[in-house]
Design a protein around this ligand. Structure first.
Ligand code: SAM
Length: 252
């Protein structure tokens, strides 16, 4: 999919506007018991390997970068949104982490060294060119490098009537259980509008990614499920029961 400058700017503006809200969510995640749960998930996946060179793609306010830096890894964090980068810089100082933080679109980024791990959370659903991005990730990894992608079929309900019916039901139940949307109606509608222009809104994941990563040359491409339940509040668990988070792990 080709994307023009105006669309790129629209995407950047969308995340710039969300930076304050995300920063609050991340701050909360660092302070509450999510932090320890994510640390346990990542430690298990990284098998306690020390001092890895890690690229955190679409770092937002920097949650994974802070966590991985505190675990002793050498982290480079990139994000295309200047406001998100400002939050990530602020948080790196606040939590006293030495992270290399770079404002760049993933497709413009030119790494100066290879990585042991490329990781992202809730970013790949937003990629206009996931094929090109996954190819680059393969080329940026060193020998024995690994990719770990956390994401979900967050917007499949916009393009699949069966998913739409399930999501509607889940939303009603979640609201009855106390779920309060953290974005305004206007922000939700802007997000939906952009999502409809993105290729991964139209495919079932992680099966789609697994096929592509294998085709690109990644080895032992696997997906993990079920780990996200304990990370969410009860209303969020209800909201997301038909669209759980998954993790994809792939070796170079
Ligand atoms: C939902 S937020 C997730 C932030 C963070 N990974 C987390 O889980 O807290 C998505 C982030 O991806 C960034 N992003 C989206 N597309 C990008 C791209 N093409 N290149 C770099 N960053 C991108 C956005 O600016 C935003 O900060």
């Amino acid at each position: 999919m080709t994307i023009n400058k105006q669309q790129l700017k629209e995407h950047q503006d969308y995340w710039d506007k969300g930076a304050d809200i995300y920063d609050g969510i991340i701050d909360n995640e660092i302070m509450n018991d999510s932090y320890g749960k994510w640390e346990a998930i990542l430690s298990k996946l990284l098998k306690d390997k020390p001092s890895l060179k890690i690229l955190d793609v679409g770092t937002g306010p920097g949650f994974f970068s802070i966590l991985l830096s505190r675990m002793g890894h050498q982290v480079t964090a990139i994000d295309s949104s200047p406001e998100m980068i400002a939050k990530a810089n602020k948080n790196a100082i606040k939590y006293e982490c030495d992270i290399s933080i770079i404002q760049s679109d993933i497709l413009d980024y030119k790494p100066t060294h290879s990585f042991d791990l490329i990781i992202s959370r809730n970013v790949t659903w937003f990629l206009p060119n996931p094929v090109a991005v996954y190819e680059r990730w393969h080329s940026w990894l060193g020998e024995c490098g690994q990719v770990i992608i956390f994401d979900g079929n967050w917007n499949l309900f916009l393009t699949d009537p069966k998913e739409a019916a399930l999501f509607k039901l889940a939303m009603q139940e979640a609201i009855a259980a106390g779920y309060v949307p953290y974005r305004t109606e206007e922000e939700i509608s802007e997000g939906d509008h952009i999502a409809l222009t993105l290729p991964l809104t139209y495919v079932k994941r992680p099966a789609w990614d697994i096929g592509l990563l294998t085709h690109i040359g990644f080895q032992q491409v696997t997906s993990l499920h079920g780990f996200d339940v304990e990370l969410q509040s009860r209303p969020e668990q209800i909201l997301n029961k038909y669209r759980p988070m998954f993790a994809i792990v792939a070796d170079k």
